[in-house]
Design a protein around this ligand. Structure first.
Ligand code: DGI
Ligand code: FE
Ligand code: FE
Length: 203
């Protein structure tokens, strides 16, 4: 199932094989498999929606690069890169995208702003998301091993209307968090306000 796409040197200094090796050292096998499924899903969506396929491949593979880092690495990075100090009050779920994006620049030498933003916003979404960021957000949610109530609806919407699919995921993730009495990261609310009320999404 792995895609054989050849990278130019525009977005990453590594070949796809070299990038895979670096990612595999960071992730447990199940998580490594997940990022490859997200890559394959993102590539398909990139072809459908006219987005750069190489960027979709790279962003899909690296989106969870930092997911298995110890909390200390994130706290250090929040200080080192002078990120929003409030981030220290959150946790891995929020850090692995927002702070992970900075670790990716330093450790993988990937600086393309659109790729980095796609990683940064893959968990919480963002008021502004390029098509690439929307694709990574959705690919992470609907990759073939995902199995939850509503995933088939999410897959259908993603194939029909990317913005409506973003609205669907944003609303359902927020409802899930509320149902479970979870803290809501402010950016998650921003994403909801930007994408859901005017979207035409049905109830
Ligand atoms: O990294 P993945 O498991 O592939 O997927 P993800 O990065 O989309 O989600 C990581 C988790 O983050 C997921 O369980 C939902 C959670 N999450 C998303 N928005 C918020 C959040 N958790 C809290 N507490 N607050 C949020 O606003
Ligand atoms: Fe993630
Ligand atoms: Fe993921």
């Amino acid at each position: 199932m792995s895609e054989t796409i050849t990278y130019s040197d525009r977005y990453t200094p590594d070949s796809r094989d070299q990038l895979l090796t670096k990612i595999s050292r960071q992730l447990k096998p199940a998580r490594f498999e997940h990022v490859q499924r997200v890559e394959a899903t993102a590539i398909k969506l990139a072809k459908q929606y006219g987005v750069n396929v190489e960027k979709a491949s790279i962003a899909g593979l690296i989106h969870d690069y930092a997911k298995q880092r110890p909390d200390k690495d994130f706290i250090d990075a929040i200080h080192r890169y002078k990120l929003d100090p409030d981030l220290v009050n959150w946790n891995n779920a929020i850090w692995h995208g927002v702070v992970g994006a900075e670790l990716i620049k330093t450790e993988l030498g990937i600086f393309d702003e659109e790729i980095i933003d796609a990683v940064r916003f893959h968990t919480t979404g963002n008021r502004y998301m390029t098509k690439l960021a929307q694709i990574i957000y959705m690919a992470d949610y609907i990759e073939p091993a995902r199995d939850f109530d509503g995933v088939e609806k999410a897959r259908l919407l993603t194939s029909q209307n990317l913005a409506l699919a973003v609205a669907y995921q944003t609303k359902h993730t927020l409802m899930y968090l509320l149902t479970n009495n979870q803290r809501i990261y402010p950016k998650t609310i921003d994403t909801y306000n930007a994408w859901v009320p005017q979207s035409g999404l049905e109830n």
